[in-house]
Design a protein around this ligand. Structure first.
Ligand SMILES: NC(=O)c1ccc[n+]([C@@H]2O[C@H](COP(=O)([O-])OP(=O)(O)OC[C@H]3O[C@@H](n4cnc5c(N)ncnc54)[C@H](O)[C@@H]3O)[C@@H](O)[C@H]2O)c1
Length: 300
């Protein structure tokens, strides 16, 4: 069945530029009505510009879709509440939340001021919490919700000079892992997007020729998000890599533990290769599941 978002209402943050803009346009082209949120600030999160969100709303409307602009700040709980309320007041419901707004304040750890740590965590991580916290009552009530949190390889793998950004992005994976459990019985699917695209964010870090930029258009990221936001998607708790025309999955795995009775540090050294081998590693659904497996293994 073709993916359709007819009758669905979406809220996309940071949707005025880059990846968020492409997501908003793609959701709308599949029938969703979209709250286009964007503060319109600089890459490091200063200032604001209302025309940024309004321009994307016009693009959606010109293509025959429905959208409304919101220029709130995702770091503010009150603004996040207003975004959710705007969706419900305008179209009667909210089905989809894409937490995508982002900034960068890169510095090596020893040079990173507290303010740059706090601001980056506030936009990415607290922004994600603010949206879920306020959208959750609607999801529970209607027994339906689709959430995409935008993470990054910076958090998943590490990127020099991005301790604030990497920590915030990895934090969103933790948020997903818990939200997927809390949403389970309400048909709320929570997944992460790990995008790769030429935007002002990436071109500020790495120069790209025009043909490279075209090959990494943010439009190529969006189809994965549209699928994750649809009724067709019944998986939760996944990190989906999307960019440059290819798609994949990243996952956190744990191996089977090595039982060593009365272990000393010397025993750990002796078994180090076995302890750290990922040969039998698995993706686990929750803490409860690993605890049960661990108890079963130690009872044997
Ligand atoms: N481009 C990539 O390759 C890449 C890779 C990994 C992760 N990401 C993530 O994807 C998301 C989108 O990034 P992008 O590359 O499109 O960057 P971008 O700078 O083009 O877009 C980010 C948008 O978020 C908005 N924004 C920032 N702070 C906000 C706030 N407090 N409230 C509301 N809006 C705010 C900005 O105004 C901007 O329009 C970010 O979360 C980023 O960390 C991007």
């Amino acid at each position: 069945m073709p993916v359709s978002l007819l009758e669905r209402v979406a809220l996309v943050t940071g949707a005025g530029r880059g990846v968020g803009r492409s997501i908003a346009l793609d959701l709308a082209s599949h029938g969703a009505k979209v709250i286009v949120n964007d503060l319109g600030g600089t890459l490091d999160g200063e200032g604001n510009d209302i025309s940024v969100a309004e321009t994307v709303v016009r693009e959606i409307e010109d293509a025959g879709g429905a959208a409304a602009a919101n220029t709130g700040d995702v770091t503010s709980s009150e603004d996040a509440y207003t975004m959710v309320k705007q969706a419900i007041d305008t179209w009667g419901r909210l089905d989809i939340v894409v937490s995508n707004a982002g900034i960068l304040r890169d510095r090596a750890l020893h040079n990173l001021p507290e303010d740059d740590w706090a601001k980056v965590l506030a936009v990415h991580l607290t922004g994600g919490y603010n949206l879920l916290h306020h959208a959750w009552p609607a999801f529970r009530q209607q027994h339906y919700g689709r959430v995409v949190l935008t993470t990054s390889n910076s958090g998943f793998l590490g990127n020099f000079g991005q301790s604030n950004y990497g920590a915030a992005k990895a934090g969103l994976i933790g948020l997903m892992n818990v939200a997927k459990l809390e949403g389970e019985k309400y048909n709320v699917m929570v997944n992460c997007l790990n995008p790769g695209a030429a935007t002002r964010m990436t071109t500020s870090v790495r120069e790209m020729a025009p043909e490279q930029q075209a090959a990494m258009s943010p439009d190529l990221v969006a189809p994965a998000v549209t699928y994750l936001c649809s009724d067709s998607c019944t998986t939760s708790g996944m990190v989906i890599n999307s960019g440059g025309g290819s798609f994949g999955r990243a996952a956190i795995v744990q191996n089977e533990r090595v039982a060593i009775a009365d272990a000393t540090a010397d025993d750990v050294e002796t078994h180090w290769n076995e302890i750290t081998s990922l040969e039998n590693a698995e993706v686990w659904w929750s803490v409860r599941e690993t605890r049960a497996a661990h108890e079963a293994a130690t009872e044997e």
